[in-house]
Design a protein around this ligand. Sequence first.
Ligand code: ADP
Ligand code: ZN
Length: 753
Amino acid sequence: MSEVLYISVILPLRLEWEPCYAVAKEVKIEVGDRVKVRFGAKEYVGVVSAVDITPEIAPERILPVVSIETDLEKTYQEEIRLWRYIAEYYMCSIGEVYKAAYPAMKVTLEEARAAALKTSRERREKIIRSMEGRVAKIEERLAKKEEQLRKAKEGTKKKFALEEGVGKIRMELETAKAALEAARAGKAAPEGEVSDMNGNANEQGARLTLSQAQEKAYSEIKAGFAKAKPVMLHGVTGSGKTEIYIRLAQEAISKGKNVLYLVPEIALSRQLEDRLEEHFGESLLVFHSGITAAGRRNTAECIRNSRDGYITLGTRSALFLPHHDIGLIIVDEEHDSSYKQDSPAPRYNGRDTALMLSQIQGSDIILGSATPSLEEAYNCECGKHILVELKERYHGSEDSDIEIIDTKAERKKRGMVGSFSRKLIEHIKKTLAEGGQVMILRSRRAWAPALQCEECGELAKCPHCNVSMSLHRSGDMICHYCGHRMRHTGTCQKCNGPLKPLGAGTQKIEEEAAALFPEARVARLDSDTAQNKGYETKTIKAFAKGEIDILVGTQILTKGFDFSRLSLVAVIAADTLLGMQDFRADEKALQLLEQFRGRCGRRGSKGMFVIQTSQPEHPIYQKLINKEEDPQNSTLLLERKAFNFPPYSRIIEITIRDRYEDRAERMARSLADILKRHFGMRPGALALPGSPVTGPYAPAVGKVADQHIRCIRISLRKDRQLKAGKQAVADIVRKFENDGKYADHIVIDVDPA
Ligand code: ADP
Ligand code: ZN
C-alpha cells in the first residue's frame, strides 16, 4: 500500500479498545461506514468509529481492512454516541453494545425485502379491518345520537346541541368512509405503492377531545417540554394517559418528526398495537423480539429511510434502531423492572437509556406510570424532571375498596377451604351473580411450588440449583431456575420417605376455583401457558369479551389490560410478594399491588380488592390503604434517603460465578478486599449499612445451573466523586479479571433491578 489512512473500528467483541486498521488514502471512508476486518483468527463486520487517526502501535503491525461493506447500511453518528453513553454508564465495552444493536446479520437483504412486501400486505389488510371497525363504531354512535335527537324537545338548548353533535358525527363518518374506500382501492393497487395510503391513514386518525383534567395535564406537559425537561406523568390506570400520549405523538408527527413509544414487554406492545394503528395507520412501526428477524430488519429500514413522521412502538431493544429526527419519546409504565436487561451485557435500563437518547436527539420525553419508580420520584423532587399529575379516572370511577384477610386467623376459625377463605368465596359468588368478572393473582406457578419429605422433612431440591423443585400437573418436577425436569417418583431421594406437595401454585388454584364455582368458566395465565404461542392473546381477548369468568394467573395479570366487567381482583398468599430480601422489595410489592388494584373498576363502577395474607400486620398493606398521593414525598423515598439507598446513591453489583464453591468464595473475597482497600475500608471488615463496599455474600439462591454465586455491592454517593468511583471500580475489576484470567466469571451490573 502506498499512502494509507488509519481508522478505528468498533467490533462486536468484549474489547476495551477500538482496534486500528489501514485503508488506502484514495478510498472514500467515513465514520459510520461498515467494514470487514480481521481480528485474531476471524473476520468481523465492524463500524468505523474514527477516520485519520494516529495509530498507537507500529504501522507495520496494522492490518489493512478486508473490505468496505457498501451494501450494508451506514450507522448514524447518533447511534454511536448512544452506544458510548451506554458503555460508559453500564461499565461494559462498546463492542458489547454494538453487538446488541446489530445482532448477527443473518438476514440477507433479499429475505428482508420479501418479508417487507409480505408485512405491508398483511398490515394493509389489518388496517382495512380496523377501519371497518371504526366506521361501524361511528355508525353506532350516530344512531344513538339521532335517537336522542328524536326524543329531545323542540326548540330547547339540548336539541340544538344534539343537532350540532349529529352533524359532527356525520362528518366524521363521511371522512372515515372515504378513508376506508381509499384504503380498499389501495388494496387492489400493485405492491409497493403503499405511499398514497400513508396520507389517508394519517388523516383518518381522529383528533381526540381531551377531558378537562387531561387538558390541564396536557398543558403542564407542554410547559415542561418548553423548559426542555423530561416530564413524569403520574396518573392512575384508566386516567387517560395513553390518550394524551397519542395526542402528543400526533403533534410530533404532523411536524414531520418521529416518535418512539416504549413499553416494558411484548404483551403490552401487542395490546397497544391495534389502538395505535387506529390513529396512526401505516405510520406505525412495531419492533420487539416477538417479530421475525426479517420483520425487524424491515422496521429498521423503514426508520432509516423514512422522511415522513412515523411512530415506532417497541420494547427496550427498539432504542437501538437507526433513529433520526426524533421529536418525542414516550416511556410507558416507566416503573416496570422489565425495562432492565439482566443478561447479557449491556445490562441497561430502557427507561434511563431513553433519557440518554432524548438528550442525543434533542427530543421531548415523557415517562408515565400509575406507580412511579422511586428513581423518577427523586428526579422530580430534585427538579430534574417535571411532575404532572392526572388524578381522575377518565370514566370517573373511584379506587376499589380493599379488604385484607388474615389467613392464619381464618384457618383457626375453620374459615379456609383449601387456598380460599370463606370470605373471599362469598365475594366471588356475589361478583359472579352480578355478572362481574374475577381475577386471582398467585405469584407462584406450577401445581405445588415445593415438595417435602414426610419422614425426614427434607425438601426436594434441584440437583443443579439451591432451590426446591416445583410439582406440575403433568406429574413432572421442574426447577424454575434452570429448567431441570424429572419425573415425580413420590419418594424422598435421601430417605425414601413419602414426598408431600407443599402449597398451591396457579395450576392448583385454577383447579380449586373450578371446583368451588362449578358454573364459572375458569382459565389460567402464567408463563407455562404463555409458552403456547398465541394462547395469551387469545385468553385475554376471551376475558375481555366476557367468555371467561375467573382468570387465575401470575404477575402477568397485573399489566396494562383494560377489562370493563372486571370488578373483583384477589391475591392469594400475598406473603410471597413480600419475601424478597432486597431494599427494593417494598417498592416492588407496592407497585405490583397497586397495579393489580388498578385493573378493576375501570368503567364507572367501584371495584373490590381482596388480599389474603398470613402477615396482615406487614407495613406494606398500611401503605397501600393510606395511599400516598405525592410520589415525591412518599415514606418509601424518605426511607431510601435515610439509609442512603438508591436513588440517593448509585449501586454497582458485582456477581461472581464458579463451578467450584471454594474458588467462588476465595475470588470474591479477594476482589472485595481490593475494593474495600480502595474505598478506605479495612479488608475483611464487616460491612455496616452505608459502607461503600458490602460482601461478598451468597444470594438467597446461591447456586444456579451448577454455578455457585457470590455478590459484592458497591454503593457510591451521588457527588462529584461518583464518576471517578465508577471508573476505579471498572479498572479494579478489569485488572482482577486479567491478572487471574477470570473474565468469564465476573459480571458488573450498574443500577441492578
Ligand atoms: P391509561 O393509559 O391512563 O390507563 P387510557 O388512556 O387507557 O388510560 O384511558 C382509559 C379509558 O378511557 C380508555 O378506554 C380510553 O379509551 C378512555 N379515554 C381516555 N381519554 C379519553 C378521551 N379523551 N376521549 C375518549 N375516551 C377516552
Ligand atoms: Zn435447577
